[in-house]
Design a protein around this ligand. Structure first.
Ligand code: FAD
Length: 313
């Protein structure tokens, strides 16, 4: 029987929703147990949130000042030590997990299964390749711990109706000093987090300038939505890189995605493959985005967006 260890992603004392999605993926294995590992300077608040996740057997905490910031090189030796008692180690396929899990896999001498979008068996997973144009079935070899990053857009969050026990543990692992925390440069916004938002309004090159992006922010605020962008909008300097949606940006699965002035290149579409309803606003009626959109509005965004905004109570 499988025993799964999930590495909790958290920031500012709050558990990231990606962990709840990893639990759903782990449940698909029908495992003997699912433990969540919280590495932090003070793990108590995050552990309390993790304990509520349905399907979790235990929450293991490692409170250590060295874990105050998520530095992969510091966390990985601790995860690898704890992982020795498990058949599987899961982490989210987010920036956090993409940074950490390859280090864990290397320490365990295991090949990593990246970006799993479906669990087919104890060692068999489906994952997208070629920007989501093809789906590949991969099998981790026998005899090694299965290290997997979970594509968060492909799994729903498990419910928060449980009360798993929390156990503080100590891990005897040598922590490297060659990588240190210097600072965190992150944009601050009152808007929902792009990665986990239920509604997203994204702007593309068609928006035309950084100043014009106000029209996107205004609609997003009216809808309580996060704001995203195409790579062309990022490259043109309209918005920062962290807002990019797509193959080389964020893979998201909101219930509602509104693409404004975006042509629908495959590299953009791969980031919204699992979105619920896709609305496209584009002045070119032949634009590729209309082939994917559930609702298409062909026209000038500078005319349509104010009208749309005025019609929302
Ligand atoms: P364009 O293709 O220039 O489209 C602009 C659209 O705006 C047009 O359809 C136009 O009709 C419309 N428009 C213009 N003015 C108006 C107006 N007034 N009203 C309404 N509509 C208007 N792209 C991503 O987005 N994310 C990625 O992660 C990504 N990764 C990539 C990785 C690789 C390896 C490569 C090669 C490319 C990647 N790209 C990515 C780039 C991608 O191929 C496209 O170039 C990009 O998505 C185009 O962005 P866009 O739709 O905003 O711009």
């Amino acid at each position: 029987m499988s025993k799964v260890l999930i590495v909790a992603e958290h920031l500012g004392g709050h558990l990231n929703a990606s962990t709840a999605k990893c639990v759903t993926a782990a449940k698909a294995l029908s495992p003997e147990s699912i433990d969540v590992l919280v590495l932090a300077d003070d793990a108590s608040a995050v552990a309390a949130e993790a304990a509520k996740l349905n399907g979790v057997s235990r929450v293991l905490t490692v409170s250590n000042a060295a874990n105050a910031n998520p530095i992969a090189q510091v966390l990985a030796p601790q995860v690898a030590k704890v992982a020795a008692n498990y058949t599987h180690v899961f982490g989210p396929s987010t920036t956090f997990g993409k940074d950490l899990m390859p280090c864990v896999a290397a320490l365990l001498n295991a090949p990593q299964v990246s970006d799993a979008m479906a669990v087919e068996g104890p060692r068999t997973f489906k994952r997208p390749i070629y920007a989501g144009n093809a789906i590949m079935t991969v099998e981790a070899p026998e005899g090694v711990i299965v290290v997997t990053t979970i594509r968060t857009a492909s799994f729903a969050e498990t419910t928060r109706d449980a009360n798993a026990p929390i156990e503080a543990i100590t891990v005897d692992a040598a922590l490297p000093t060659h990588t240190r925390f210097v600072g965190l440069a992150a944009g601050s916004s009152d808007r929902p987090d792009l990665q986990s938002a239920k509604r997203v309004v994204s702007g593309g090159r068609g928006v035309g300038s950084a100043e014009n992006f106000k029209i996107i922010y205004d609609l997003a605020d009216k809808l309580g939505a996060a704001v995203g962008a195409s790579r062309a909008a990022v490259d043109a300097g309209y918005v920062p890189n962290e807002m990019q949606v797509g193959q080389t940006g964020k893979i998201i699965a909101p219930e509602l995605y509104i693409a404004v002035g975006i042509s629908g290149a495959i590299q953009h579409l791969t980031g919204i493959k699992d979105a619920g309803t896709i609305v496209a606003i584009n002045k070119d009626p032949d634009s590729a985005i209309f082939e994917t959109a559930d609702i298409g509005l062909a026209g000038d965004l500078f005319q349509i967006l104010p009208e749309l905004q005025a019609s929302i109570p």
